[in-house]
Design a binder for this molecule. Structure first.
Ligand SMILES: Cc1ncc(COP(=O)(O)O)c(C=O)c1O
Length: 475
């Protein structure tokens, strides 16, 4: 009836998910140590701000790279006119080598198989356009990154069918879960074109095991499907078991199987490992020349700007810098993750055991009034509006079990993380006292109780906190 397209007016973008609603609430009342100490702390954003000092030091020491200069001479005009959608060869080479370095140089990447895209968002969507028709399906293990509902489905018309993973086996991918998802798609008359996994997983903060990778490769071989491995968090693995890329397993077990090699595609980006989501640098790596050629043509809708490529080719070619950066980044992430896990423990909250990523997958099932997603939403609302922490509820990640939340730890200072933990602890203690059978409560008192709880949480001031902030990267 309107004069706009169906795409412009449909809601499959996922903007109304609690994942994005939490961001909106944060934007209305953002925490600031001085200006708004009672505001909402953003723990729903997987940003890596822990190594800005290393990046900034490199920029200071290499002024030519960001100053449009080569050997002291301006190359402004060259960069301003560059528009080859194949990308700067020097940058693709540096990126391929950086990807190998993150994998301990156990695999090498051929720069000719790389397609540059405006972030992993664009890489994932471009792959959908290359591998499937509207109405076809991709299978994704749950819980999964909420942005996939937008990135994979919205403009392409692709369907996502969940592979239901369960806490009973640590959310591992099993053969029966894969088959169940495949059959569920078939029963909906959907043609399955592939499986997409994130390794390390967002939101679990864990790496996929070699056994799971082998299972996935056997599965796609038996059903003639594609496998996309989104390895955007590959540089964030800070603890054993280490990261194993699907490319390593392909080289070990499918070295001469050209067909399977062509059906496996990797997505990468510098948004998480280097902490540069604003630079919009992503990539597709594929062994299929037809996919590389098609994706390269499509990439003209979302290219990486020439000055960004120029700057980053200089940075990533500096091997002394990359070696130190990769190590230091992992060290800082591990320290931060431990701090979150310990803070949660003090509040009586457990985490899924993680070894990677910028977040923990947190088990708050014991805080639910009932084992339902309504109850999860109720708890989420309290955490956002009363405790004033924006975390992501499991249902926004399509988790099949209520009570799990993704909590990010690398986008704030240690002091802010510490405050967040104190608020959460106060909330848990208060909730436990308020709901204990010895406390007389009636529903009439609820508003007063709420107010008391909020007051209690916010009695915490910076002075109450006991953390040693000397190593606080964000100051
Ligand atoms: C698994 C995964 N893939 C893709 C993206 C999008 O990344 P980019 O900023 O490079 O578009 C994200 C961002 O959070 C992510 O977690």
């Amino acid at each position: 009836m309107g004069i706009l397209s169906r795409k412009a007016t449909c809601n499959s973008h996922g903007q109304d998910s609690s994942y994005f609603l939490g961001w909106e609430e944060y934007d209305k009342n953002p925490y600031d140590e001085i200006l708004n100490p009672k505001g909402i702390i953003q723990m729903g954003l997987a940003e890596n701000q822990l190594c800005f000092d290393l990046l900034e030091r490199w920029l200071e020491e290499n002024p030519d790279a960001a100053g449009f200069k080569r050997d002291g001479k301006s190359i402004f005009r060259e960069l301003a006119l560059f528009q080859d959608y194949n990308g700067l060869p020097a940058f693709k080479k540096a990126l391929a080598e950086f990807m190998s370095e993150i994998r301990g140089n156990r695999v090498t990447f051929n720069p000719d198989h790389i397609v540059l895209t405006a972030g992993a968002t664009s890489a994932n969507e471009t792959l959908m356009f290359c591998l499937a028709e509207p109405g076809d399906a991709f299978l994704l293990p749950t819980p999964y990154y909420p942005g996939f509902d937008r990135d994979l489905k919205w403009r392409t018309g692709i369907e996502i069918v969940p592979i239901h993973c369960s806490s009973s086996n640590g959310f591992r991918i099993t053969e029966s879960a894969l088959l169940e998802a495949y059959q569920s798609a078939q029963s909906r008359d959907l043609k399955v074109k592939g499986v997409l996994v994130t390794n390390p997983s967002n939101p679990l903060g864990t790496t996929i095991t070699t056994q799971e990778l082998n299972l996935l490769l056997q599965f796609i071989a038996s059903k003639n499907l594609h496998l996309i491995s989104d390895e955007i968090y590959s540089g964030t693995v800070f603890r054993n078991p280490g990261f194993v890329s699907v490319m390593e397993i392909l080289n070990q077990n499918y070295k001469h199987n050209h067909q399977i090699r062509k059906q496996v595609h990797i997505v990468y980006s510098l948004s998480k490992d280097l902490g540069l989501p604003g630079f919009r640098v992503g990539a597709i790596y594929s062994n299929d020349d037809v996919v590389v050629a098609a994706a390269t043509k499509m990439s003209s809708f979302g290219l990486v700007s020439s000055q960004t490529q120029y700057l980053l080719s200089a940075m990533l070619s500096d091997k002394k810098f990359t070696k130190n950066y990769i190590k230091e980044n992992q060290k800082r992430l591990e320290k931060r993750q431990k701090m979150l896990v310990r803070g949660l423990q003090k509040a009586g909250i457990k985490c899924h055991k993680g070894n990677a990523g910028l977040f923990c997958w947190v088990d708050m099932r014991h805080l639910l009034g009932a084992n339902t997603f309504e109850s999860e939403m109720e708890l989420w609302r309290k955490i956002v509006f009363e405790v004033r922490l924006n975390v992501s509820p499991g249902q926004s990640c399509h988790c099949s079990e209520p009570g799990w939340f993704r909590v990010c730890f690398a986008n704030m200072s240690e002091a802010t993380l510490d405050l967040a933990m104190q608020r959460l602890k106060a909330f848990v203690v208060y909730s436990t006292v308020a709901t204990s059978p010895t406390t007389t409560t009636t529903t009439n008192h609820l508003p007063t109780k709420r107010k008391n709880m909020v007051k209690w949480v916010f009695r915490l001031s910076f002075n109450d906190r006991v953390v040693n902030h000397t190593n606080d990267n964000l100051g």
